[in-house]
Design a protein around this ligand. Structure first.
Ligand code: 7JM
Ligand code: MG
Length: 214
């Protein structure tokens, strides 16, 4: 039977990356996506912007919306301080299955919790299920139509605190116009656009960094 793209991406990691070395996992995925098959990881160019935001925030509790194969999960977790944790939500069980294996290859299982299911259902359960008070950093990289409703849900569930950083991928391509309009015009956010390119291409894309003001 035919393999899937996530399965081929996982095999490239297992073939080319050093077990327990997160940066070699990131490199192996970027090489695979540049040389063999495009895949919707945040990628190396936007990944550098992600790295700089993570290093600046130095978060203890991170929420990632949209795991896919775990590329950005590994990239973020490799920069976290020892007791810091990342909860990553993935709707697609096949993606989640691959992501767990990529995360295991990087040796980062202890810092990462992969949760399967719809973000809209899991966000209201974060406090009771995972003992989360508030998130220091949220990386939005799931489905463009869920960025705004999930952000409002995070607000309503008291999961954001003064200073929480929201970092959103794909605000240009595929584009999240309603989310952009909200964070750029709401008095509750201070927003900044980081211009970049769609992963592994020359098309424009960018990350929107928004600070929740409380
Ligand atoms: C798949 C695709 N095709 C053409 C242009 C952009 C995309 C694309 C790129 C991404 O980084 C994505 N991240 C999260 N979720 C997505 O659906 C997604 C889609
Ligand atoms: Mg993306």
């Amino acid at each position: 039977t035919q393999s899937t793209r996530p399965q081929r991406l996982l095999h490239a990691v297992q073939k080319n990356a050093t077990k327990g070395d997160p940066r070699s996992v990131v490199k192996a995925i970027d090489n695979f996506c540049r040389q063999k098959e495009w895949a919707m990881n945040v990628g190396d160019e936007k990944g550098c912007i992600l790295d700089s935001v993570v290093s600046e925030v130095n978060p203890v509790t991170v929420l990632e919306l949209g795991t896919y194969c775990g590329y950005s999960t590994v990239r973020i977790a490799s920069l976290l301080p020892p007791r810091a944790k990342i909860i990553t939500l993935e709707f697609n069980p096949d993606y989640a299955k691959i992501a767990r294996q990529v995360i295991a290859w990087a040796g980062l299982e202890d810092k990462i919790q992969v949760v399967e299911g719809p973000s809209g259902e899991w966000i209201p359960k974060m406090k009771e299920q995972f003992g989360v008070k508030t998130f220091d950093l949220v990386f939005l990289d799931h489905w463009k139509d869920r960025y705004l409703p999930d952000t409002k849900l995070l607000e309503d569930c008291g999961l954001l605190r003064k200073g929480t950083i929201l970092l959103a991928d794909n605000v240009i391509c595929p584009g999240t116009p309603d989310y952009l309009e909200y964070v750029r015009n709401s008095p509750r956010y201070k927003s900044q656009y980081f211009k970049s390119h769609l992963e592994y291409t020359k098309a424009e894309d960018g990350l929107e960094k928004s600070v929740f003001l409380g």
